[in-house]
Ligand binder design. Sequence first.
Ligand code: GMT
Length: 384
Amino acid sequence: MAAQRPLKIGITCYPSVGGSGILASALGVELAERGHEVHFISYGRPFRLPAKAPRLFFHPVVINDYGLFKYPDYTLPLSVKMAEVSRDYGLDVLHVHYAVPHATAAILARSMLPAGKKPRVVTTLHGTDTTLLGRDAGYGPAISHALAQSDAVTTVSEFLRRETERLLSVKRPIDVIHNFFDPKKPTRARAAVRRELGLGKETMILHASNLRAPKRIDLLLEAVARVRPAEAFKLVILAGGDFAPFEDDVRRLGLGDRIVLRQNVAEIEDYFQAADVGLFTSESESFCLSILEAMNFGCPSVATAVGGIPEVVENGKSGLLVPFGDADGLARALESLIANPARLRAMGQAARQRARALFSAAKIVPRYEALYRRVCAERGGCEG
Ligand code: GMT
């Protein structure tokens, strides 16, 4: 069989700290390493994208601020840049992460190009575009339209596929392609990181997120405040957002000496390898990439059983899941692991095995490649 030619793929994602940008960046890096040409198009360079790598390009979208507009517009300059890059580099596929405004801009970009030069549009939904914006009367119909016009739509969990079908009345097929994570080597030894964090024999509980409302940091703090004995643990928070709104809770709950905060950490691997157990108390989560990152370092999580989390964690095997809102249940789950290091270790091993078996780049990236080839073949093209 003749070898298939490498593809030319445009990727648009939010460049700021967040799971969707991390996933999109990792996908771009993996695709480029597999020989494809990858063009990132966004208002900023995604924060985890390497500065330089073969076949990996970044095209900034420049937004001029016109006094004429009360609200600055990003969708139109983005669509113009997508059309320009598609034309100049002959893109086969525009793979957009988040429906709004990225899929909308991609559909518009495609319609600006002549027949035979139109890239296929693949839209990946990550969560809030369905669960939050999909319910908004000002966005829902635009999202439904963009999904209907995409050549393929993917979600990062079965949960999100079902929610998208339910909330947006989507009738077209949706491919579920779970997230992946391949860890980089830590830059420092585990012991050095634990020393930096001021940890002795305590169990290190780790939370990493953007601290936005659905993460329910209030519940996270309530739960750890109920763990006994309090001296048995420290909670390390890797914050990709502002922790100041939670300082009052920390004082009220007497957690001042139990919490170590690290802001906007680049070397997340250093901290995940040092952690014993993750803690995630979200009220809504389509996947929870941080749980997967922790699993890769043999760190199981205690988490709320919401959204796509039960697809990532097998309750009782690779972590412990607790009904949403149950602060006592979360505390008891943590205590049960703190008190039983052998069980914690076994669960960590199971978590690592599950992450490698189901959610590695080797498992997931070929699914995206196959999807790109499929949408190209469906309308004749990309195979030339
Ligand atoms: O979790 C966030 O608030 C960030 C958000 C994003 O857009 O980056 O995360 C969403 O996408 C991640 C990657 O697919 C998922 O792991 C998160 O579960 C999802 N967040 C929500 O559904 C709230």
